[in-house]
Design a binder for this molecule. Structure first.
Ligand code: ZN
Length: 322
């Protein structure tokens, strides 16, 4: 059977344990199975146990396809994990833990933990600089969240002060978007120069065109970048000078957050960001067409070397998710 192309095909294909193992091994070890401990490639397959065995006599010489991946230590089978990865990798606006729980017949708590692990695989941590292909790069920040118990207060404040958005209790996210290319986001402490400018220098190719609003935090970057500023007090678009690309990304992100996810603790926000960034960067363009199947495949190729324990996710030690 060929690799699955649709959700329906994926469900049928991954109902079979051997298909799961073959698919997983091919993505994890594209150049052939190797021992996760010592890297030896002349390993033997123990068909009965669905494990491999290394020829060297070291500890952990027998290993499964899950060892060293986000699936390690999970009693759930790949037959449950892989359809979950498919659902998350291919959903336009994200999937809630309730939907995962319903679709796969696991508890919501388990689904929530699965989601976090899969998001970790989606975080590619690419250090490729933006703007290298000559596309201009838009920089902007947005405020996310605010605790529910402060809702009354902020509504109250807004009424009194007439301010549109209170920065208190909100998490600030900075975004850099290369037009026609990728997006990078990260949570930041404040919008001051010493915070914003090192991120621009680290992530954007010197000499690129940089588009920002009139915010002071970006002033002084014109020694290394062609800095074009749009003054939002005057207009939103002036020819090529605008930040509409990153602003569209913010609305996508917020639609996902409010529509699909019930609440996001600031502590977990970066994982939701990783998920949305993955979705955007794998959206498919004329130059780089993507299908659901290739998006799924991209996540699976990133599952190795990204373990995440329940204690890391929740900050609680001594509890298990399953
Ligand atoms: Zn070995």
């Amino acid at each position: 059977m060929r690799n699955p192309q649709t959700l329906q095909e994926a469900i049928i294909y991954f109902a079979d344990a051997d298909n799961c193992l073959a698919y997983m091994a091919a993505h994890r070890w594209p150049k052939g199975v190797e021992c996760p401990t010592c890297g030896r490639k002349d390993v033997s397959y123990l068909a009965n146990q669905k494990k491999w065995q290394c020829k060297s006599g070291h500890a952990k010489r027998q290993f499964t396809a899950k060892v060293g991946t986000i699936f390690e230590d999970s009693p759930l089978s790949l037959q449950t994990w892989l359809p979950a990865v498919w659902l998350i990798a291919t959903a336009k606006n994200g999937v809630s833990s309730c939907e995962i729980a319903r679709s796969l017949g696991v508890t919501q708590k388990t689904a929530w933990f699965m989601l976090h692990r899969i998001r970790k695989a989606m975080a590619n941590g690419s250090m490729m600089k933006l703007g290298g292909n000559g596309g201009g790069v838009e920089a902007d920040e947005t405020f996310i969240g605010g605790k529910a118990r402060n809702m009354h207060k902020s509504v109250h404040e807004r009424r009194i002060s007439g301010m549109g958005q209170s920065a208190r209790d909100k998490t600030i996210v900075m975004g850099l978007l290369e037009r026609g290319g990728n997006v990078h986001t990260q949570v930041i402490q404040d919008r001051k120069k010493p915070t914003l400018q090192p991120i621009v220098r680290e992530r954007v190719e010197v000499g690129s065109v940089l588009f920002t609003d009139e915010m002071g935090g970006y002033k002084g970057l014109n020694s290394d970048y062609i800095h074009e500023i749009i003054d939002h007090a005057v207009q939103y678009v002036n020819g090529r000078v605008h930040t509409n690309g990153i602003e569209n990304f913010w609305s996508l992100l917020k639609r996902g957050l409010s529509g699909t996810y019930v609440s996001v603790e600031p502590f977990h926000l970066f994982r939701y960001l990783d998920e949305q960034v993955f979705r955007y960067n794998n959206r498919g363009t004329q130059k780089k067409p993507m299908t659901d199947s290739s998006r799924f495949s991209a996540v699976l190729s990133q599952v190795a070397g990204k373990r995440l324990t329940y204690a890391e996710v929740t900050g609680k030690v001594g509890q298990t998710a399953f």
